[in-house]
Design a protein around this ligand. Structure first.
Ligand code: 5GP
Length: 191
């Protein structure tokens, strides 16, 4: 079996698709798999912690890191809210002998897959429908109605981008989605 060093697993999905729950599950289940903590210029939401969920930066600090070329990729995912993958996170995982996972928006996921090719497994997590996504975002209770509207608009576009990914996981049944993601990940790491 080859070592997972140098491998990437991309999890892309519209906001509210349950991607973070799946990634957290896989981290406890699959050895040799670590997670890249992104930087963002948005503020913490709910119980989110700096250095755990994200590195929370001011917009100025974020722009400074862009100028220093600290990011493998970055994007203004929502107006005024930037998110980026730090090169240092990826290098750290690979040095530890782990494959590295990303929770990243659809544009970022497509870019990383195009860049890394077969070195990357690109998974698209699909919520059953836009109505269900909206219901989940409202139930989560962490975003304002305007933010939810923006997320839904973006999700409608993102739902049509799944063809650029290696696999689509439909998250209508969480246990089934967890098992499917685990199998894909284990098979990919064993290649
Ligand atoms: P949220 O604000 O809900 O945590 O994330 C919003 C969106 O930004 C999600 O689609 C999430 O996957 C994406 N995102 C998180 N980190 C990154 C990153 O490093 N790069 C890119 N391009 N998108 C990211």
């Amino acid at each position: 079996m080859s070592t997972p060093k140098g491998k990437l697993i991309i999890f892309s999905a519209p906001s509210g698709s349950g991607k973070s729950t799946l990634v957290q599950y896989l981290l406890t289940q699959v050895p040799g798999f670590a997670f890249s903590i992104s930087a963002t210029s948005r503020g913490p939401r709910g119980a989110e912690k700096d250095g755990v969920d994200y590195y929370f930066l001011s917009l100025k600090e974020f722009q400074q890191r862009v100028a220093e070329e600290a990011f493998l990729e970055w994007e203004e995912v929502y107006p005024g809210q930037c998110y980026g993958t730090l090169k240092s996170e990826v290098e750290k995982s690979w040095e530890d002998g782990n494959a590295v996972g990303f929770d990243i928006d659809v544009v970022g996921g497509k870019n990383l897959k195009a860049h890394f090719g077969d070195q990357a497994l690109a998974l698209f997590i699909q919520a059953p429908s836009i109505e269900e996504l909206e219901r989940r975002l409202v139930a989560r209770g962490t975003d304002s109605p305007e933010k939810i509207k923006l997320r839904i608009e973006k999700a409608s576009w993102e739902m049509n981008q799944s063809e650029y990914f290696d696999h689509i996981i439909i998250n209508d049944d969480l246990d089934r989605a967890k098992a499917e993601a685990k199998k894909l990940l284990v098979d990919f790491l064993a290649k």
